[in-house]
Design a protein around this ligand. Structure first.
Ligand code: ATP
Ligand code: MG
Ligand code: ZN
Length: 451
């Protein structure tokens, strides 16, 4: 991969390594909406920030005209810029221009005139210098590997000046999720999901886990009905840091292991000697090594196996996050989950799925769930009931009983249930999602025949 380096020798500024990279911003703290049309108004603070960036990054103004700041994330600031040297390079990444060239008159003069009139925009992602060099390289390498996926925003190039690295991506015109998620029709939701799962499939086909799928990392244009996945800052190759977990055993073997565990033997002993079951307790001085697992991602979008620190996580954690996006559309609530930490997030899930299922999933990854939280019932609540509650259709109005779910919604809920399967081994894959009848339905309601 080509990473441009400036000719200035690396300064002595220190590269700060940090461990606190595992959590991306919560959905409420997200960077604001991207300026949608034109160059937009810029406030003084942003203008100052841009001026500082231009002054600190050698020669950047010769290549790019910075226009606005369009995103401020946990790990980077993203700017919209005009590519001043567009015509000096081959721009295979520019699908729009390729299309224009095919569609327009083949006269070279005319084509170059069109280009001169139309500025070419890029997104400059300034990765914070506190990110570890390995992590930055990882993001750039993964983007490079995924360059031919139509629903993944490709990397054009990258530059380094001293300790600062910037990634250059095509600017993708999109709308802020908060401006459309409540108003999307069922067909629009389907279009969105087809784009999202196509992106996820190409990522998974390359054995890459994105780890941070959420609306702000999937830039979608409702008018173009096209979306691209961005932000591979937390992504990793499947199998990185893989360690054996209880969930890797076949069901029977796992059941045998569970039955012979200290905890199960204690319960059995209590039952056979007819004494009350032992009260939940914690060792005062826990000598067991703490369990370490990748917990990267965003609160509210993390799969149960991530919350349970499973050490054998797979690409299927991304499918869970896509399921949460569908839940957001159907419930018209964003963010749907809003927990302060992983324990809170686990409790939120338990209130929906119920204690029984959550105990099973905890067991699956070698953990034991004990709780006396009253709002956590044994069997939880159905998704159908939750969607009706969230959309205010559970109440019986004066005119009569509240309306039920449409057939479309019921089908969407069934699809969502397959994405939100607590057991990763039983969760639907991206490929299966794309083949699912729900995503293959045409607007008229009939299922399309796959070509
Ligand atoms: N190619 C692009 N075209 C248009 N806007 C973009 C592009 N890439 C990123 N953005 C905007 O910048 C925001 C932040 O980008 P990105 O997610 O890559 O950075 P991040 O620092 O990892 O963010 P976060 O911590 O919020 O996830 C995006 O949500 C989007 O609004
Ligand atoms: Mg992001
Ligand atoms: Zn596991």
């Amino acid at each position: 991969m080509l990473v441009h380096e400036d000719d200035v020798k690396r300064g002595d500024s220190t590269e700060v390594e940090t461990d606190e990279l595992e959590e991306s911003m919560g959905p409420l703290e997200e960077s604001g909406g991207t300026v949608s049309e034109g160059d937009g108004e810029m406030d003084d603070l942003v203008a100052d920030d841009i001026a500082r960036f231009e002054a600190s990054f050698k020669n950047i103004t010769q290549r790019y005209r910075l226009i606005n700041r369009i995103g401020e994330g946990t790990f980077s600031t993203v700017y919209k810029a005009e590519d001043l040297l567009y015509d000096h390079y081959q721009n295979d990444w520019d699908l729009e221009a390729n299309k224009e060239n095919r569609d327009s008159d083949s006269s070279a003069v005319k084509q170059s005139l069109v280009r001169q009139q139309k500025p070419r925009y890029v997104a400059i992602k300034k990765i914070y210098v506190t990110s570890s060099p390995l992590r930055i390289l990882n993001e750039l390498e993964l983007l490079h590997d995924l360059r031919s996926s139509p629903n993944v925003c490709p990397l054009i190039t990258a530059f380094r000046h001293q300790d600062q690295v910037i990634a250059i991506l095509p600017y993708f015109q999109h709308k802020d999720f908060r401006d459309y998620y409540r108003d999307f029709s069922m067909d629009e939701i389907r279009d969105y999901l087809r784009n999202l799962f196509s992106a996820v499939k190409s990522v998974h086909d390359a054995d890459i886990i994105h780890r941070d799928i959420k609306p702000t990392n999937f830039l979608y244009s409702p008018s173009q009905r096209h979306g691209v996945l961005v932000d591979f800052g937390l992504a990793e190759r499947e199998g990185t840091d893989y360690h054996h977990c209880q969930c890797c055993y076949e069901q029977e073997e796992r059941a045998r292991k569970v039955q012979s565990s200290v905890y199960a033997r204690k319960l059995d002993a209590a039952r056979t000697s007819n004494v009350p079951l032992p009260k939940p307790s914690y060792p005062k001085d826990d000598q067991r090594p703490s369990r370490r697992a990748n917990r990267a991602g965003t609160r509210g979008f993390r799969a149960p196996e991530v919350l349970l620190k499973c050490t054998a996580q797979s690409c299927l954690i991304d499918i869970w996050s896509c399921g949460i996006i569908l839940l957001t559309f159907l419930s018209k609530r964003f963010p749907f989950f809003h927990s302060a930490d992983d324990i809170d997030a686990f409790i939120e899930l338990s209130c929906i799925f119920g204690k029984q299922k959550m105990k099973q999933v905890a067991f699956l990854h070698g953990q034991i769930l004990q709780t006396n939280i009253p709002s956590m019932t044994e069997t939880g609540h159905s998704w159908e009931k939750i969607i009706l509650w969230c959309t205010g259709r559970n109440k019986k109005s004066a005119e009569g009983p509240g309306e039920g779910l449409s057939e479309d919604e019921k089908e969407a809920i069934n699809f969502m249930r397959a994405c939100l399967n607590l057991h990763p081994g039983n969760r639907i894959s991206a490929e299966e999602c794309l083949e699912h009848p729900y995503l293959n339905r045409t607007e008229s309601g009939s299922t399309t025949v796959a070509a």
